[in-house]
Design a protein around this ligand. Structure first.
Ligand SMILES: [Zn+2]
Ligand SMILES: [Zn+2]
Length: 292
């Protein structure tokens, strides 16, 4: 057995070639979980060898558009594939609150298309099976696989004014944490206890502070994770492998990529750091060596 962590998108709202919107996939045996579905998610999933009908569940961290713009694509592609592989409604796990009205109207703008497809070939419309939980400052279990081998827990994080959560996946091999969008916070440190890999959003706030002072970006950067503070927190939490994603600003050169790693080193982190690119993959098995 092995657990794979695959980044389906490392981008942000401003488009950068080669970087799809936010998303991380965790695969353990036949259990495939997707966390967020930003721009281009279905395509990246296919490139990773996974189709929407393979998903055991889709988890949402929050409803900023860069994390949910392709939720309808995941659900409707699964629906269209239903003729090839019967799989039923797409299970979506999310916090109560702002995600509920978003999901309640998910298919509304496609009503004509759905009606025409039902009249033509589809037996019914696309379906999602929503499972909600109350966000909590203390980690809480929110999901487990039918065979009981994989479980997911969540904790509320700090992306104010937007409600957001981080997730932790426990598999027979290891635990993986997915931060979603958040400032560096104790809650993510707590839910990372004993985890092998932490996929964390990253924002070069310290390095860019002089450039963004007094601008709109100062407010935006304030609710993201400063890479220097992240390095400090990851070192204190003892996370062996830190995978950076949701890279602000999107790096386009090797030097710009390296700068993210340098920042977390400046923060004092001595573990393994990977600056994510789309389809970056971490395999956790009995050969896993966080220092490699
Ligand atoms: Zn966000
Ligand atoms: Zn975001």
């Amino acid at each position: 057995m092995a657990t794979e962590v695959i980044l389906t998108g490392t981008g942000i709202p401003h488009p950068t070639p080669g970087r799809a919107g936010a998303g991380t996939m965790v695969r353990s045996g036949d259990v495939v979980l997707q966390f967020d579905a930003g721009r281009g998610t279905v395509l990246r999933m296919a490139e990773a060898g996974v189709r929407p009908h393979d998903l055991a569940a889709l988890f949402l961290t929050h409803v900023h558009s860069d994390h949910v713009v392709d939720v309808a694509d995941v659900a409707m592609t699964r629906w269209l594939e239903d003729q090839l592989a019967l799989c039923g409604p797409l299970p979506i796990v999310t916090a109560t609150g702002t995600t509920e009205p978003f999901l309640a109207t998910l298919f509304d703008s496609f009503s004509e298309d759905i009606a025409l497809r039902i009249a033509h070939v589809q037996e019914r419309g696309p379906e999602i099976a929503i499972s909600t939980f109350a966000p909590s400052a203390n980690p809480q279990p929110v999901w487990s696989s039918v065979d009981g081998t994989v479980s997911v827990s969540m904790v509320a994080v700090h992306h104010e004014p937007v409600d957001a959560v981080a997730y932790r996946v426990d598999t027979p091999d290891a635990a993986v944490v997915i931060s979603g969008d958040t400032r560096v916070c104790d809650e993510v440190a707590e839910i990372s206890s004993g985890a092998a890999v932490r996929v964390h959003e990253a924002c070069r706030t310290t390095a860019m502070a002089p450039m963004i002072a007094g601008t709109f970006f100062e407010k935006v950067f304030d609710y993201h994770a400063d890479t220097v503070a992240l390095g400090q927190m990851a070192q204190a939490a003892g996370v062996p492998h830190l995978v950076l994603t949701h890279l602000i600003p999107s790096p386009t050169t090797p030097a710009e990529v390296e700068a993210f790693a340098d920042d977390v080193r400046t923060g004092g982190y001595s573990g393994r750091v990977s600056v994510g690119s789309d389809l970056s993959r971490v395999v956790i098995d009995d050969q896993f060596d966080a220092e490699a």
